[in-house]
Design a protein around this ligand. Structure first.
Ligand SMILES: Nc1ncnc2c1ncn2[C@@H]1O[C@H](COP(=O)(O)OP(=O)(O)O)[C@@H](O)[C@H]1O
Ligand SMILES: [Mg+2]
Length: 315
């Protein structure tokens, strides 16, 4: 199938050392490099629910944009973007935690802070939250809520700030550095998001160590997959009216699944094609408003183009 709406579901390259994540396909290359191809797969409830036109390209190019705009805070894994959907990165030894930073009392999953706060908990991830906070409202200040990095198919497990060191996941000095960097990244993200009319409600960072032990920001940064972006316009009115914020991510899909009575068990139901188009439009709008650039969809068919752009690596 050709046309403007074909999606990159997977990608098959004649290269060794391949691993497949929920959204990315990765290959370990020579010289300490790693090839990451971002597909159009959309995951929700920890499984692949469907395919969103342009999502892979938006994620890859938006992450690259953010990596560039945060490189004064911390070094990152980017070497080059040989294709709109592909990244050649430094292969890092990954730190065994996911560093989530939150500025809002929100979320709906077991690792989120809103359901636990509403259930009366006030000690969360080693932080004390005061009484009187409101659903989706601002926290007194951004907080880090770390989780362990789960193996494929497993859920990430929340841990406290103290346990990161006590459980031997990171050495104390490194954890201090990671926290400082994560909060600075989040401050930068919030400022630039706010200039584009968004609230960065929360995000997840992954870090690794490079060959000489230096700290590297890896994976993706401030993409709509790793972050919750809300439309700032009308946000306070929505919250005052008891409504949920307007999210710029897979929210249309999540809502449609919920409306169909799906909550993660068994095969997901087929959704109206319009839902996928709406979701695609959100990803593209987010990219354009943040970067100030017009989104230029790469040539189709996508997989053919990737083979062409990676010809040197594949030969
Ligand atoms: N520079 C890097 N070095 C090593 N591993 C990396 C690097 N960047 C990203 N990764 C890993 O590659 C994988 C990316 O694929 P993804 O589909 O996002 O996986 P997941 O399903 O684990 O989220 C993740 O496991 C991530 O930790
Ligand atoms: Mg990932």
């Amino acid at each position: 199938m050709g046309g403007a709406h074909d999606t990159l579901k997977s990608v098959d390259l004649d290269l060794p050392h391949h691993t497949s994540g929920k959204v990315r396909e990765a290959w370990r290359l020579d010289n300490g490099r790693r090839l990451l191809v971002t597909t159009d797969r959309l995951s929700a409830f920890d499984r692949i629910i469907g395919f969103v036109p342009h999502k892979g390209q938006v994620l890859n190019q938006l992450a690259a944009w953010w990596f560039e705009r945060t490189s004064d805070i911390v070094a990152n894994h980017v070497l080059s973007l040989p294709d709109p959907n592909a990244l050649i990165a430094i292969e890092a030894s990954t730190l065994p935690i996911e560093v989530v930073v939150r500025s809002r009392l929100t979320g709906s999953t077991s690792t989120s802070i809103l359901p636990r706060y509403l259930a009366g908990e006030r000690e969360l991830y080693g932080h004390h939250l005061p009484d009187g906070l409101t659903a989706h409202g601002a926290l007194p200040e951004p907080i880090i809520t770390p989780t362990t990095k789960a193996d494929a198919g497993e859920h990430d497990v929340p841990i406290t700030m103290e346990a990161v060191v006590e459980d031997g996941l990171l050495e104390a000095g490194l954890w201090t550095e990671v926290q400082k960097v994560a909060l600075e990244l989040f401050a930068r993200g919030s400022t630039l998001a706010s200039e584009a009319g968004f609230v960065l409600a929360d995000t997840k960072y992954e870090f690794g160590l490079g060959a000489d032990g230096e700290l590297l920001l890896i994976d993706e940064v401030h993409t709509p997959d790793s972050s919750r972006y809300w439309s700032a316009e009308g946000l306070d009115d929505r919250l005052d009216a008891g409504l949920a914020p307007e999210g710029f991510d897979k929210e249309p899909v999540r809502l449609a699944l919920r409306a169909a009575g799906y909550s993660g068990d068994g095969e997901p139901p087929a959704l109206d094609p319009a839902i996928w188009q709406q979701t695609s439009a959100r990803y593209v709008e987010l990219y354009e408003r943040l970067t100030g650039k017009t989104f230029q969809a790469g040539a189709h068919p996508i997989e053919e183009r990737i083979h062409h752009n990676l010809a040197e690596l594949l030969s």
